[in-house]
Design a protein around this ligand. Structure first.
Ligand SMILES: [Zn+2]
Ligand SMILES: [Zn+2]
Length: 351
């Protein structure tokens, strides 16, 4: 529990592939695109390689901070794991339990990528699900993966529509993943983040011509993760110290996810207050009479309060409050015209 500490919000794009794996652009070009869409940070995650880091591409690109982690998989190409803040590549010769443990030992940040992926429509793109659920050592899961959602809904019939309207086909995280996330949080803190999984893929239509599916610029206007750091990040400051603040905020679950296509979510806050003090996302507060949750939004929307995985209440406004009737984990989902816009992380109210 914290008193009335001030936090600093930075929004970023997480889970992006460059030419160092199966992406289609070099990191400086991707950074330029991220700068143009106005985010504060960009986290690159190539498959099983930290070349981007070793070759000096982490750093400041004007006001944009670029960090390089990697997306590790096992020998069967399952259990994709986003690892940040480490200098070891680990990689596909290890089993998932080994790299999850290594990332933890090295003090890195480890996030399960697209946990419940199940695309069966087009055999060319098989699913890459997570299987190691009994581990206690991962920090979080990607509750919303833009590429996964797009691919899962893809059939030979709607392919053209989805290629032309990529952002309209991004609707919501999988319910299965949200349920799993809620269940995990009943036991321990597991952070939820949003990833774009951008590659800037070229797709061949009828074998005739290639078009770029989800250009980086299109992806970068969709799912973002906003972090609340406990100290400000100053443009030009030491890169490792700046990245550490971001990784730390994510580890502690002081973050939320937005679908930027529906509107800019900067300024969203979700806190719990009572006579003991105040808690923000990722924190806890003991239950007292008059424990109240306050939600502030940059514009009016529908706010759903979720308690231990079940919807407890809903209100509309740009400033809403809910009472906490019992101990448990609480998060909010915010919808704009029925479409999911913001997912907070949890606040824990203890007995
Ligand atoms: Zn993956
Ligand atoms: Zn990926």
């Amino acid at each position: 529990m914290e008193s009335t500490k001030k936090y600093f919000e930075y929004q970023g794009i997480i889970h992006v592939h460059s030419v160092f794996s199966d992406g289609t652009r070099p990191i400086p070009e991707i950074a330029q695109i991220a700068k143009e869409v106005g985010v504060d940070f960009l986290l690159i995650t190539d498959h099983n390689t930290l070349r981007g880091k070793f070759e000096g591409f982490e750093g400041w690109y004007g006001n944009l901070l670029v960090g390089v982690g990697n997306e590790i998989n096992d020998a069967e190409d399952k259990n994709h794991y986003l690892a940040f803040g480490i200098d070891d590549e680990l990689g596909p010769t290890m089993k998932a339990e080994e790299y999850v443990e290594r990332v933890h030992q090295l003090g890195g940040l480890g996030i399960i990528a697209h946990p419940d992926e199940s695309r069966n429509h087009i055999s060319k793109y098989p699913p890459y699900p997570w299987t190691l659920w009994n581990s206690e050592l991962f920090h979080g899961i990607e509750i919303w993966n833009q590429m996964s959602e797009w691919m899962e809904g893809l059939t030979h019939f709607n392919k053209i529509w989805r290629i032309w309207h990529p952002r309209r086909s991004i609707v919501s995280p999988k319910q299965e993943t949200l349920d799993r996330w809620d269940e995990l949080n009943l036991k321990r803190k597991v952070v939820g983040i949003g990833g774009v999984d951008a590659h800037g893929f070229l797709h061949r239509l009828w074998g005739l011509f290639s078009i770029r599916v989800f250009r980086y610029k299109v992806s970068f206007r969709t799912i973002r993760t906003h972090v609340l750091t406990d100290e400000p990040i100053n443009v030009g400051e030491d890169v490792q110290s700046a990245l550490h603040k971001i990784y730390q905020a994510i580890k502690e679950a002081r973050c939320f996810i937005s679908h930027n296509y529906l509107g800019q979510a900067k300024g969203f806050t979700f806190v719990a207050k009572n006579s003991e003090g105040m808690a923000t996302m990722g924190q806890s507060l003991p239950l007292r009479p008059n424990t109240v949750f306050e939600v502030n939004l940059p514009r009016e929307a529908n706010v759903l309060l979720i308690h231990n995985g079940k919807q407890l209440a809903a209100k509309r406004g740009n400033k809403v409050a809910f009472e906490a009737p019992a101990a448990g984990v609480y998060r909010v989902e915010v919808k704009l015209d029925e479409r999911p816009w913001i997912y907070s992380n949890n606040i824990r109210v203890t007995e």
